[in-house]
Write a protein that binds this ligand. Sequence first.
Ligand code: NDP
Length: 499
Amino acid sequence: MSAKRAVTKAKDAASEIVKPAAHGYEFGGPIGAALISFGLPLVCYAFAFLCNDVSGCPAPSLLSPRTLFTPATLSTQSGWQHAQSVLAREVGWPGWTGLLTAEGVLGSLAWYGWSLTLYALLPAQETEGTELRTGGRLKYRFNSLITAVVTLFVLGVGSFVLGPQFQVWTFINRNYIQILTTNIVISYALATYCYLASFAVKQGNVDHRELAAGGHSGNIIYDWFIGRELNPRVDIPFIGEVDIKAFMEVRPGLLGWLVLDLAFMAKQYGSYGYVTDSMLIVTISQGIYVMDCFYNESSILTQMDLTTDGFGLMLSFGDLVWVPFIYSLQARYLSVHPVILGPWYSMMILAVAGFGYYVFRASNNEKNTIRTDPTNPSVAHLEYITTHTGSKLLTTGWWGRARHINYLGDWFMSWSYCLPTLLSGYRITNSVLMPGNRLVTRDGMEGAAIPVTYFFMLYFGVLLIHREMRDEAKCRRKYGKDWEAYCKKVPYRIIPGVY
Ligand code: NDP
C-alpha cells in the first residue's frame, strides 16, 4: 500500500470514530425539532400567564371566551382592543418589553454564577466517565449534593431571619416571568454556542471530543436541536473546565426547581400565614426526588443523556427551562390557592409516592449494582444474559418484570405532585365585605385548572413512553440478537402484564 493511501485510510478511520455513522431522525425530524424548539417556550408562557395571581387559574375570561370575543367586539377595532386589554389585565401581561428586564437577567445570571462558584470551590468526587468511541475517558467533577446542602442552608438561614420577606423569595415571585424569559434566552444561546463549537471537533483530536451518533444529520435545525457534539466542554477563567452537559443536567435547573418550590411556599406563608399539607407534600416529594438525583449524581454517567445524546436545544431547554418551570407548576398553583387535604387524603398520596420511589430506587440500584459490583450479595442471585459486548442484561428481579420498570416508579411519583391540587381552579375577586382586599375562591372554577396542575402526569407519561422507545432502539442497535433474546424473556416494556 502506498504511503499516501495508508494516510488516507488512517484519516478515514479516525474520521469514523470522531464522526460515527449517523442514525435516522427522531422527534419527527427537522419539522418536529422546529415545532418543539419554538413551541415549548410558548407552552411555558401559556401556563405562566393563564394561571396567575391576578384574576384566577385559568383567567376567567378564557372559560367563556364568547363573552369577550363577541361578533360585535371583533367587528370594530375598539371592540377588539377592549377584548385584548381585558385579557391582558386578567393574565398580568407586562407588555413585550416587560418580558425581559435587567433585574430578571441579573438575578438569573447571579444564580448561574453561584452554581459555578460552588462547583469550583466545594470538595468534589473526581471520577471518569464511560469509555468513549475514541477509546479514552473524560474526567467529571461531582459535588451537586454539597452544593444543594450549602444553598439550602443559606436559604434556610435567610428565611429564618427574614421570613417570607427574604429577598430571594420576593425576587423570584416578583420576577417570575422575567426569570423564565432569561432562562429561555440562555438555553437558546447555549445550544447555539455548542452547535457552532462542534465544528471544531476534528479528526485525531486529543481532547476526546466527538460527535453524537444521532446529531450530525447535516440539517442545521435538527442538529442544533438534538445536539451535534457529545460532550461539549468550556474553559472558564477561575472556574476551570466545565462539562456543559453534566453541569446543566443536574445543577442550575434541577436545584432551581426546588428553589422555585420553596419560593412558592414562602409566598403561600406570606399571604396566608400558614403552609398547607398539600404544599408540604408537593415540595417534600419533589425535594426527595431532586436530592436523590444529587446523591446519585455519578449514575448520570451511564444515562442515555450522557452516553448517547449530544447537547443541543433539547437538553439545554429541558434542563434550564422545562424542568424548573413546568415541574414546579403545582407549587405555584398552591401558593395562590391553598388546599388543605387532611390526614387521610395526605396518607393516600404519600403511599402512592412511597411506592413509586421504592420501585424507582430499587430497580435503578439493582441495575447499577450488577454493572459495577456483580458479586454483591444483593444481586448475586439474579439471572442475566451476557451480551456479545460483555454487558450483562438482567432477566430476573425488577428488570425481569418489565424492561423499564424504573420508569413506572418514576411515573407513580409524578402523581404525588399533581393529586394534592385536587379539583383545581380558582377565581380572584375583590372582597365586598373588606374593600381593598382580594378573595381567592373556587366559585364555579372547580376542575377548570386540571389541564394546568395535572399536565405533568400526562406529559411525563408521554415522555417516559417515548424515552423507552428511544432506549429500546438504542439497545437493539447495540445488542442485536442478545436484545431480542432479552425481549423474549421479558416481553413487557414498562407495566408488567399490560404494556
Ligand atoms: P435507564 O436507567 O432506564 O437505563 C437504560 C439502560 O440500561 C439501557 O440503555 C441499557 O444500557 C441498560 N439496560 C437495559 N436493560 C437492562 C437490563 N435488563 N439489565 C441491565 N441493564 C440494562 O435509563 P434512563 O437514563 O432513561 O433513566 C434513568 C432514570 O432517570 C430513570 O429512573 C428515569 O425514570 C429517570 N428519568 C427522569 C427524568 C425526569 O425528567 N424526571 C427524565 C429521564 C429519565 P447499556 O447500554 O449500558 O446496556
